[in-house]
Write a protein that binds this ligand. Structure first.
Ligand code: SAM
Length: 279
């Protein structure tokens, strides 16, 4: 008699980003458990979905889970949605999904928009391995502690951040990850003022500080992993040495490169030798 729990992704801005399957599921279930029923009522109205809504958010999830599980066990299909994007991804729903599994209720994902994945797909940073970090703590001291732990992580890092904290957060990243670490800034994805940019962390501080519009709306930060920064430094050194080697000896070019970049002369010399080998 047990029914199914559908975990349904909804758009993160552009309403066309809902799937046919999501609409059909939302129409067919007995009830939709939503984070904020007023927000979701607008979405349902847009798609002519008349299924009743019931609130299931961070503050009532524990109590609500029991009620919803009872309804599922009685044979009522339920859909879980959040205000936007994929439920459970920095959104409520985990307790309900876990309880459903424990009660041998089938949980069916209906995939769709997720801000983290949308940002990663467009900012132009390595996407083969990444770590989703969600929201950092709002207190700066706590945030810096978390960032320190991630400093040497080589995977691409994805963060959600509130607009009123974005400048402080990126400044803290400059201080922990270094000014030259590459970062993708994805703001208002799929919406009118969508902004997708890639630059260094220090450039991003300047970009945000000089344009208050960049401190509004919804934001995902995608930070390049630790080795990518080293790759970038290596690339810059190679570019410099290649240019210097056109006019100077290996010794003079590596001495000048070491003076200009602050790297050890021995390292610059070794690299210059390798590059002349390839020339
Ligand atoms: N569950 C959602 C998902 O699948 O992406 C995330 C919900 S979380 C409460 C909200 C955060 O996601 C925002 O503060 C922002 O960091 C990010 N976000 C959501 N929609 C976005 C959008 N259209 N553009 C950029 N970031 C967005």
């Amino acid at each position: 008699m047990s029914a199914q729990l559908f975990v349904v992704a909804t758009p993160i801005g552009h309403l066309d980003d809902i799937s046919y399957r999501a609409i059909n599921v939302l129409k067919s279930v007995k009830v939709i458990a939503a984070e904020d029923t007023r927000t979701s009522a607008l979405l349902l109205k847009h798609f002519n979905i008349s299924t009743p809504l019931t609130a299931c958010h961070d503050h009532n999830e524990s109590n609500k889970v029991d009620q919803l599980i009872q309804r599922l066990l009685l044979g009522e299909d339920i859909a879980l949605i959040s205000d936007a994007g994929t439920p459970l991804i920095s959104d409520p729903g985990f307790k309900l999904v876990r309880a459903a599994q424990e009660n041998h209720i089938r949980v069916i994902p209906v995939p769709g928009a997720c801000a983290a994945i949308a940002a990663l797909s467009a900012v132009g940073l390595p996407s083969d391995r990444f770590s989703f970090e969600g929201f950092l703590p709002s207190k700066s001291s706590q945030r810096i502690l978390n960032l320190e732990k991630l400093k040497d992580e080589t995977q691409t890092l994805i963060f959600y951040e509130a607009p009123h904290r974005i400048l402080e957060c990126v400044k803290d990243m400059v201080n922990t990850f270094g000014a030259d670490r590459p970062v993708g800034f994805a703001r208002e994805i799929t919406k009118t003022f969508e902004t997708i940019k890639k630059m260094t962390l220090s450039e991003l501080v300047e970009f945000i500080a000089n344009d208050h519009h960049q401190q509004k709306g919804e934001i995902v930060l995608v930070v390049g992993g630790a080795t990518q920064e080293k790759d970038m430094e290596q690339e810059k050194l190679d570019q410099l040495l290649n240019r210097l080697l056109q006019d100077l000896s290996v010794k003079a070019a590596s001495q000048l490169a070491a003076d200009l970049t602050g790297i050890k002369k021995k390292v610059a010399y070794q690299r210059a030798l390798e590059l002349t080998d390839k020339l």
